[in-house]
Design a protein around this ligand. Structure first.
Ligand code: PMP
Length: 355
């Protein structure tokens, strides 16, 4: 840290992403990526069409991409904003709507919300969860400040009912309510049907999970034309070219390949339910997941010991040191082979500790 850094940023604790090890090949189940490659249409388009045009700047309006996303969800392009990963969309939203009243979010939720709140000098208001890790909708009603909730929530994997979110929207009509639907394609009730009735609703989504494009960095927001306009004001004051041409094209093709998307999502749901049942059969406590990951606490050993034991055996899952989460690990649902390895290595570990 240099002595020139402003005070507010000196105490900032940056977000710590999951490990992306380059040293050896792990069965990588720690950052909720899709185990499947991008749609063949994406690969085809990138190799054939675009490389020769990289001398030109990308379309700052991402017009075709936004039209494609809008068509998929029955919206108009002016209801769609795109960003460099949904992290960037979230950052712009916190920048646009964070006020002196602060920004509220569940105490256990996506780890970037408190980081963005602090980055922009906002007072983070963390609302505690219920004992069973569910989100207490009533504690978000009548808050009178902007709100961000991941639905399904991370790392707990639990979904909120749309009716409960609607209560939050109705009772906070003066504030933006951001619903982060990064994992909605794997379960849960989307808030999309509420968009036309709630001008304070801002839905954020990502291509990083169900569209197999984590490396492309592409996220989007669905909201009223006025909210999209706000986000564009922020983006165009920061980086009008935040999405590169390769990613834009990948995003168009990935959204158009509905059959491939459905196949990948369905496969993940099948593996999720099977792995959940298998882990429960071994004595794990596993929450019901509406996402592409499982939040699971092992028997006979701590969450940390299980995480470290799996890592030694070449399987990477995510363990959060937070005292409220420390008994659990978050396991990304991979493909059938990856899940078989997870199960085998888990059984080995359980045999070792109970021998
Ligand atoms: N929201 C939630 C709830 C997430 O778990 C993640 C992924 N870590 C993101 C947003 C960010 O995803 P990306 O920036 O890759 O779109």
């Amino acid at each position: 840290m240099s002595r020139f850094l402003i005070d507010r940023l000196q105490s900032l604790e940056p977000y710590v992403p999951g490990e992306q090890p380059q040293d050896m090949r792990y069965v990588k189940l720690n950052t909720n990526e899709s185990p499947f490659p991008p749609s063949p249409r994406v690969v085809d388009a990138l190799t054939r069409q675009i490389i020769s045009r990289l001398n030109l700047y990308p379309d700052p309006l991402a017009q075709t991409l936004r039209e494609t996303i809008a068509a998929e969800y029955g919206l108009a392009p002016q209801n769609v904003f795109t960003g460099n990963g949904s992290d960037e969309v979230l950052a712009f939203a916190f920048m646009a709507y964070g006020s002196e009243r602060g920004f509220a979010f569940p105490e256990i939720g996506y780890g970037f919300y408190p980081v963005y709140a602090r980055l922009y000098g906002l007072k983070p208001a963390a609302v505690p969860l219920n004992k069973d890790f569910s989100i207490p909708a009533e504690k978000f009603c009548n808050l009178g400040k902007p709100i961000a909730i991941a639905n399904p929530n991370a790392p707990t994997s639990l979904a909120m009912k749309r009716n409960d979110i609607e209560r939050i929207l109705r009772t906070n009509a003066g504030s933006v309510v951001l619903i982060d639907e990064a994992y909605i394609d794997y379960g849960g009730e989307s808030c999309l049907p509420l968009l036309s009735r709630y001008p304070n609703l801002l839905i954020v989504r990502t291509y990083s999970k169900s569209r197999s494009l984590a490396g492309g960095r592409l996220g989007y927001a669905l909201a009223s034309a006025e909210i999209i306009d706000d986000l564009n004001r922020v983006k165009n004051s920061f980086n009008p070219y935040s999405i590169n041409s390769l990613t834009m094209l990948a995003g168009i093709e990935a959204m158009r390949d509905r059959a491939y998307f459905t196949e990948c999502v369905n496969s993940t749901i099948v593996q999720r339910e099977k792995t959940k049942a298998d882990l429960r059969g071994l004595g794990f406590s596993v929450l019901d997941s509406a996402s592409n990951f499982l939040f699971a606490a092992p028997p006979y050993m701590s969450g940390e010991a299980y995480y470290k034991g799996l890592k030694q055996k070449g399987v990477l899952v995510r363990w959060f040191g937070d005292p409220k989460l420390k008994d659990y690990v978050r396991i990304t649902v991979g493909n059938e082979t990856q899940m078989r390895v997870l199960l085998d290595k888990t059984k080995e570990l359980l045999e070792e500790v109970t021998a």
